[in-house]
Design a protein around this ligand. Structure first.
Ligand code: ADP
Length: 632
C-alpha cells in the first residue's frame, strides 16, 4: 500500500452523462446479493481486514515516531533514543509493506475465486438459455458479459472494496492519533483537509470536461478526414466540386480544436498551482495554529507534537481524495453488478417440465396440432400447422424462402416452444418430455454446418463418445466421405480447423451427416442440407441422404425435386401455413403453389442436374416446366 492510502481504480474520476443517467438503484436487495458472493469467503475477508488495520497503523506509525525523534532524541540530545526511534520507524515501515503483500495475496485470491464462481454460474445459466436468446442478443454482448464484466468484479474487489476499507481505516487511525496529541490542532486539521481537497476536485472536474470535449472534436476531425480523404470520398468531392465546402468544414473543426487544446493545457497548469498552494498552505496553517498555542497560550504542546500533526495531515490527503472519488467507483461497481445480475435474472424459457417424462420405448411418431408460433409477438410466423409424421415415414417440406419451413422443424427438438397448439412425440407433448431425452431423439443436419475446432474424430465422438473406429468408418462411408478422409495423411485425426474452415462446404456437410448417422436419432431432419453447394458435392450428399430418407423417420426441407420425390408426403408451406399437401403427382395436378414452385425452382434444378445449363436452356429453348425425366 502506498503511504497515506491508495487511490481508487484506474477508471476516470467523474461519471459521464450516460453513466449518471443509467445509475443503478442501490437497493438493500442489490447489496445483499453482491455480498452473498463474498459470504463463502468470510474467513479470508476477516484476515484481509486484520491485515488492512495493522498495515494502516504501521504506515502511520513513523509519522508519530517523528515526534519522538524530535522531542526525545534531537532536542534532548539523546543519541541512543534517536537511533532507537529511527530503527523502529524503519522496522514498522518494512512490516507494513510485508503485511501489504499478504493482504494483496489474500485479496487477489478472494477476487479470483469469486469471479470463478460467477463465471461458472453465468456459463451454466447461458447454456440453459433458449435459441431465442442467442438469436436476439448480440454475440459480442454475451461474450463481454462473460469476460469484461466479470473481470470488472475482480477490480471492484481488489480495488474499490479494499480502497474503501483501507482509506477509511487510515483516516480513522490518523484522526484518533491527532486528537490524542492535541484536540485543538486536530480540529484545525480537520477543517484544513477539505480546504485542500475540494478545490483540486473542482479543477480536476473542469479538466476532465475539457478532455472529453476535445476528444469529441478530435473524433469529428478524424471523421471528416476518413470520409473525404478516401478514394471514393475524394471522387465524390471532386465530382460535386465540393473542395471549398469540405475545406471550410475541416478548418472550422480544426480551429475549435486549437482553443480546446490550449484551455485543456491551462486547466492542467492551474490544477497544479492549486494543488501545490494548498499542500503548502495546509501544513503552514497547522504550524501557525501550533505556534499560537505554544507562544500566546503557553500550551505544553511540543515541537514534536506539531510535527506529528503536520505529518499526519499530509497522510490524510490521499485517503480523503480517494474516498471522495469512491462514490464514482461505487456507482460504476453497482452498475456492473446490476448488469451481471440482469443476465442471471433472464428467465430460462425452455426448461424441463417439473415431472418430465422419459419414455422407455421409442417409436418416433410426430404430430403437429394447430401449431401457432411467432418469434416476436407482432409478427405471426406459423399459423395453424397440422401434420402427422408416422414412424418410418418421411415428409418433405417445400415452400418459398422465409415461409417458415425451418421454424417448423425447430419446434420438434424444442429450440423454440409453440405459442399455442402442440407438437407431440409418440403422443406426448414435447414440453412434457425430458429435454435431454427429446434432443437425443432428433438429429438435425442444417445448411450451416458447425464443426468444432479439433480433429474429425473429435467431431464424430461429440455425437457418440463411445463410438469405435469401425463405427466411425462405417458412418463416414454411409455419408460418402470416407474416400476423402482415407486419402488424408492423418485420416480421422485430420484437423478441421476453426469451425471446420480447413474443409470445403460439401466435406463439412458430409462429416456432419456422418455425425448424425453415428448419433442414430429416432428422427432425422435435413434442413436444406444440399443448398449452397456445387452440383457434384450436392450429388454426393444426396446419395448419402437418400437411403436415410427411405429407411428412417425423417423430415427434409429441400429445393431439389429428386430429394422431394423420395419422401412419402410433401407439405407445401406458404406464409406460415400449409397451403397444400400430398404426393408429387397429386400436387402437380392441383395447379397451385406447388405447381408454381415446380415450374420455377425444381425443374430448373433438375435440368442443371441433368447437365442442361442455363445457357443451354437459353440456346435450345428448353423451357422450365418441360416434363422431367423418369423421376416419377
Ligand atoms: P424458411 O426456412 O422457410 O426459409 P424460416 O422458418 O427460416 O423460413 O423463417 C420464417 C420467418 O421467420 C422469416 O420471416 C424469418 O425472417 C423469421 N425468422 C426466422 N428466424 C428468426 C429469429 N430467430 N428471430 C426472428 N425472426 C426469425
Amino acid at each position: 500500500m502506498p503511504p497515506g492510502g491508495r487511490m481508487g481504480g484506474p477508471m476516470g474520476q467523474f461519471l459521464t452523462e450516460e453513466e449518471k443517467k443509467n445509475q443503478p438503484k442501490v437497493t438493500p436487495e442489490l447489496l445483499k446479493r453482491v455480498f452473498s458472493y463474498l459470504k463463502p469467503y468470510t474467513k479470508q475477508l476477516c484476515l484481509v481486514l486484520i491485515c488492512i488495520i495493522i498495515s494502516s497503523f504501521f504506515t502511520l506509525l513513523p509519522s508519530i515516531i517523528t515526534g519522538k525523534i524530535l522531542d526525545d532524541g534531537l532536542l534532548k540530545r539523546d543519541f541512543k533514543a534517536l537511533i532507537y526511534y529511527i530503527a523502529l520507524s524503519l522496522i514498522v515501515t518494512l512490516l507494513a509493506s510485508l503485511i501489504g503483500v499478504v493482504e494483496t495475496y489474500i485479496n487477489t485470491w478472494i477476487a479470483q475465486h469469486i469471479t470463478f464462481d460467477m463465471r461458472n454460474q453465468m456459463y451454466s445459466h447461458l447454456q440453459k438459455m433458449s435459441q431465442k436468446f442467442f438469436t436476439s442478443n448480440n454475440q459480442g454482448d454475451i461474450i463481454t458479459r462473460m469476460t469484461s464484466d466479470i473481470d470488472g468484479v475482480k477490480t471492484v474487489i481488489t480495488n474499490t472494496f479494499s480502497s474503501i476499507l483501507s482509506n477509511s481505516i487510515t483516516l480513522i487511525i490518523a484522526m484518533i492519533a491527532m486528537f490524542q496529541k492535541n484536540w485543538i490542532l486536530a480540529l484545525v486539521g480537520i477543517v484544513i483537509v477539505p480546504l485542500f481537497t475540494l478545490p483540486t476536485r473542482k479543477a480536476g472536474k473542469q479538466r476532465w470536461k475539457l478532455t472529453n470535449e476535445s476528444q469529441q472534436v478530435n473524433d469529428e476531425v478524424n471523421g471528416i478526414l476518413n470520409e473525404t480523404l478516401s478514394v471514393s470520398g475524394q471522387l465524390l468531392v471532386k465530382l460535386f466540386g465540393k473542395e471549398k465546402y469540405e475545406y471550410d468544414k475541416y478548418e472550422k473543426a480544426n480551429r475549435k480544436m486549437i482553443g480546446l487544446n490550449i484551455k485543456e493545457s491551462m486547466a492542467g497548469r492551474w490544477f497544479m498551482v492549486i494543488l501545490k498552494t494548498f499542500t503548502t498552505i495546509g501544513p503552514m496553517l497547522l504550524y501557525l495554529a501550533g505556534g499560537i498555542l505554544m507562544m500566546k497560550y503557553d500550551s505544553d504542546i511540543t515541537i514534536g507534537d506539531i510535527t506529528v500533526l503536520v505529518s499526519l495531515l499530509g497522510r490524510m490527503y490521499m485517503p480523503v481524495n480517494s474516498l471522495l472519488n469512491i462514490q464514482v467507483e461505487w456507482i460504476r461497481s453497482m452498475a456492473l453488478f446490476r448488469r451481471i445480475f440482469d443476465y442471471f435474472d433472464m428467465p430460462v424459457d425452455i426448461k424441463n417440465a417439473d415431472n418430465a417424462i422419459t419414455p422407455e420405448t421409442v417409436t418416433g411418431d410426430v404430430v403437429f396440432e394447430h401449431v401457432e408460433f411467432s418469434y416476436d409477438p407482432s409478427k405471426k410466423i406459423l399459423n395453424d400447422i397440422n401434420f402427422t409424421l408416422k414412424a418410418g415415414n418421411s415428409i418433405a417440406i417445400v415452400g418459398p424462402s422465409g415461409s417458415g419451413k425451418s421454424t417448423i422443424v425447430n419446434l420438434i427438438p424444442r429450440l423454440y416452444d409453440v405459442d399455442s397448439g402442440s407438437v407431440t412425440f409418440d403422443g406426448i407433448d414435447v414440453r412434457q418430455l425430458d429435454l435431454t431425452f427429446l434432443r437425443n431423439q432428433v438429429g438435425v443436419v442444417s445448411q450451416e454446418t458447425y464443426l468444432f475446432n479439433g480433429t474429425i474424430r473429435d467431431n464424430l465422438l461429440y455425437a457418440k463418445p463411445d463410438a469405435t473406429e469401425s463405427d466411425m468408418i462405417e458412418a463416414l462411408k454411409k455419408a460418402n466421405i470416407w474416400d476423402f478422409i482415407e486419402k488424408q495423411e492423418k485420416g480421422l485425426d485430420t484437423e478441421v480447423g476453426n469451425r471446420g474452415l480447413k474443409l470445403s462446404g460439401g466435406e463439412k456437410q458430409r462429416i456432419s451427416i456422418a455425425r448424425i448417422i453415428l448419433k442414430d436419432p429416432t428422427i432425422f431432419i435435413f434442413d436444406e442440407a444440399t443448398s449452397a453447394l456445387d452440383s457434384i458435392s450436392e450429388k454426393k450428399i444426396q446419395d448419402a441422404i437418400d437411403p436415410i430418407i427411405k429407411s428412417k423417420t425423417s423430415i427434409l426441407i429441400a429445393h431439389r425435386l429428386s430429394t422431394i420425390l423420395a419422401a412419402d408426403e410433401i407439405l407445401v408451406v406458404k406464409d406460415g401455413t400449409i397451403a397444400e399437401r400430398g404426393s408429387h403427382k397429386e400436387l402437380l395436378s392441383k395447379e397451385g403453389v406447388y405447381k408454381e414452385l415446380y415450374e420455377t425452382q425444381f425443374s430448373k434444378a433438375l435440368m442443371e442436374e441433368d447437365g442442361v445449363s442455363e445457357l443451354e436452356q437459353y440456346i435450345w429453348g428448353v423451357q422450365p416446366g418441360d416434363e422431367p425425366h423418369d423421376e416419377e
